[in-house]
Write a protein that binds this ligand. Structure first.
Ligand SMILES: Nc1ncnc2c1ncn2[C@@H]1O[C@H](COP(=O)(O)OP(=O)(O)OP(=O)(O)O)[C@@H](O)[C@H]1O
Length: 275
């Protein structure tokens, strides 16, 4: 008999997250298994980015604890957290007058110190990240001159160059055309499989989320509405509950994962905005 043991890379334990006293989550518990791709989905404003930021130590919980490999993340030195965890925020601030290569090289900062200056290994990690994201030809361009999609790939290259065992990505496919969305998600899958990287993402495209994730966590109404393997989570009932969406779920002809097909209402149908 084979037994598989899972370990927890990140955990939210009784976490309350609020803005100006307005809670988004109260007493939330969630564990993220090591070596898997976990994706948060949910309607706009359901708290996906808020939870990701808390897991990445960008947002401090009002109460409760976030743990990285079993240790309270707030108890760990910042540099150590940055060596163990990389985060791509939803709207990263691009520095001015910085080349793409220098931007990506910032991913190596956590590995450097007075006693460990820039090495050939750092340069190799930057070159590999530029190549993996198709950014090598643009390496000498000013980051501020890139298109939205090129800039997004430069930020992903920075995260790759960091070589952290845990990677948090908030909408990594923003601004990307479909081909580049697939490239990025395949790259994410590939570092997960080859390096064993633990990945937590926020994605809006439910079918792509299903295709490239081991686990989907559906957020809404301040809690986890559904959690599990893509076929267990992406049911018409969950889609109606979480997104107010009438949809069929069919096997994706390309790879057999769930494909969400919205049902078109009969007759003219003006949208009713909620939330
Ligand atoms: N800096 C902030 N100050 C005040 N309220 C905020 C702030 N950031 C987020 N919120 C609120 O917290 C709630 C959760 O927002 P969050 O950005 O986490 O949702 P999301 O699921 O990532 O949304 P989206 O899909 O639109 O990106 C929303 O009601 C939002 O308006």
């Amino acid at each position: 008999m084979t037994t598989t043991t899972t370990t927890t890379a990140l955990a939210a334990r009784g976490v309350t997250l609020a803005y100006d006293g307005d809670p988004v989550f109260e007493g939330l518990d969630l564990e993220v298994e090591t070596g898997r791709v976990t994706t948060f989905i949910g309607a706009n404003g359901s708290g996906k980015s808020t939870l990701l930021k808390a897991l990445g130590r960008v947002l401090r919980p009002g109460s409760g604890t976030v743990e990285l490999d079993g240790a309270p993340i707030r108890s760990l030195p910042t540099r150590e957290v940055a060596r163990r965890l990389a985060i791509l925020p939803q709207k990263p601030l691009t520095p001015t007058a910085t080349s793409v290569r220098d931007l990506v090289a910032r991913g190596r900062h956590p590995h450097q110190s007075m006693f460990r200056p820039w090495t050939a290994a750092d340069a190799a990690a930057v070159d590999a990240a530029l190549a993996a994201t198709g950014m090598a030809a643009l390496a000498d361009r000013d980051a501020g001159s890139l298109s939205g999609g090129q800039l997004q790939r430069a930020w992903i290259a920075l995260v790759l160059a960091q070589e952290a065992p845990v990677v948090l990505l908030d909408e990594p496919t923003t601004f990307l055309d479909l081909t580049h969305q697939l490239d990025v998600l395949r790259l994410v899958r590939s570092i997960n499989r080859t390096r064993g990287t633990t990945v937590v993402m926020v994605l809006h495209d439910l079918s792509l989320a299903a295709r490239y994730s081991d686990r989907l966590v559906v957020l809404g109404r301040g809690r986890v509405l559904a959690d599990g393997a893509p076929w267990d989570v992406l049911t018409p009932e969950v889609l109606r509950d979480a997104f107010d969406l009438d949809a069929r779920v069919v096997p994706d002809p390309s790879c057999g994962t769930p494909l969400v097909v919205p049902v078109e209402p009969a007759g003219d149908h003006a949208p009713v905005w909620v939330g």
